[in-house]
Design a protein around this ligand. Sequence first.
Ligand code: MN
Length: 466
Amino acid sequence: MKRPREAALKTPSDEALSHYRARRNFALTPEPAGGNEAGNDVGTQALYVVQKHWASHLHYDFRIELGGVMKSWAVPKGPSLDPKDKRMAVQVEDHPIAYASFEGAIPPRQYGAGKVIVWDRGLWRPLGDAGQGLRDGNLKFELQGHKLHGKWVLVRMKGKGEKQVPWLLIKEKDSFARASADYRIVDDLPDSVHGLADSATVPSKVRTSAASDAPAPTPQAAPSAALPARLAPALATLLAAPPRAPQAWRYEIKFDGYRLLARIDAAGIKLLTRNGHGWTERLAPLHTALASMRLPPGWYDGEIVVPNEAGVPDFGALQRAFETERIESIVYYLFDLPFFDGRDLRAMPLEVRRETLRETLKRASGTAHSEAVRFSESFDAGAESVLASACKLGLEGVIGKRFGSGYQSGRTSDWIKLKCGQRQEFVIGGYTDPQGSRVGFGALLLGIYGSHKQLDFAGHVGTGFS
Ligand code: MN
């Protein structure tokens, strides 16, 4: 995404932040004073952030970078993915860009006293002229964050003369829209994304491809690129419970082994660990098997395992294989293909990269290679059933990958892991009315006691009742 034009032309004036600064005593609050923003490293990207703010009333501060400041709205109920929900968004004072990464506690008796977390963060792109949209009170834009994606609109309500102008934040209809009856993103994803890697490096093409009716892209549509010498692998975020929206995810077995990337070019095959350590010599039989397959150049991503007698990947068996030099038993399950045949496939949707990988391995299987290199199949079934089957088989868990997502180095919410044997006790604090054909109740509202003995809302559970 390109930085909106207006943001590139203007620098923040002291006037733009005067309202912000007038309300705060920077000797007492940990919030940034702002100014000197030219020195920040936002590069050519325009930021957006949603900060969850436990002030006198819990609200969500929605901020977009424009004109050298963060234009800001306080959204009492937070964003909703349901286009039928019109969420009140009160425009508040411009904040400094540095505020976008602020997380902390504003001390008692200070303005906005209470805890602030970065609930979501990413890039935004205006659809049309952003300055015009703001002036007209109709700002259409696209978000590319950890939690919020796709098209949105901010519509100004009447009452232009008021000090704090009310707007409505509305999700526009696209493939990221969800009915609030089955998904409430503020409840289902309540936590901070502060520690997560940004999705900032993946072109917006990835997100929009899923939203349009355009035919699925082919790997030939990916940009040409030299094969990079190093590649940090994509990592999964551990979730305590499966996400909703089963159609948005593809599940694979979580292999209990070592992550291994294969860099293949004319000069040869390099086998590298997650941290870039060379294991080519250590895994000589695997190297030989891969070489015999004559795979096209690229970065191949997978995991090595040693199956136990039951055929289940066994970490202990893998370690023993190294100790006893019985490394012929190692199996390499490949699941992704970020670079392939002179092209950078990272911005391609997951399913395109995986189909390319599957076809490539199928073609190669005609040549003389052992069972040592395999494709990691995915399952379209819902998370609960895939996880239940995996656990029954004695597997460690499952990995979920967001349909349509690009390949991003580092930990993101596009790859998730669900582990077997995770348990948690909850307090049933209430229930919702039944929807549709349901009778009795809809979902149970669950709570969990927090560190200060207060009962915190943990989410709602609408399935699994007999
Ligand atoms: Mn606030």
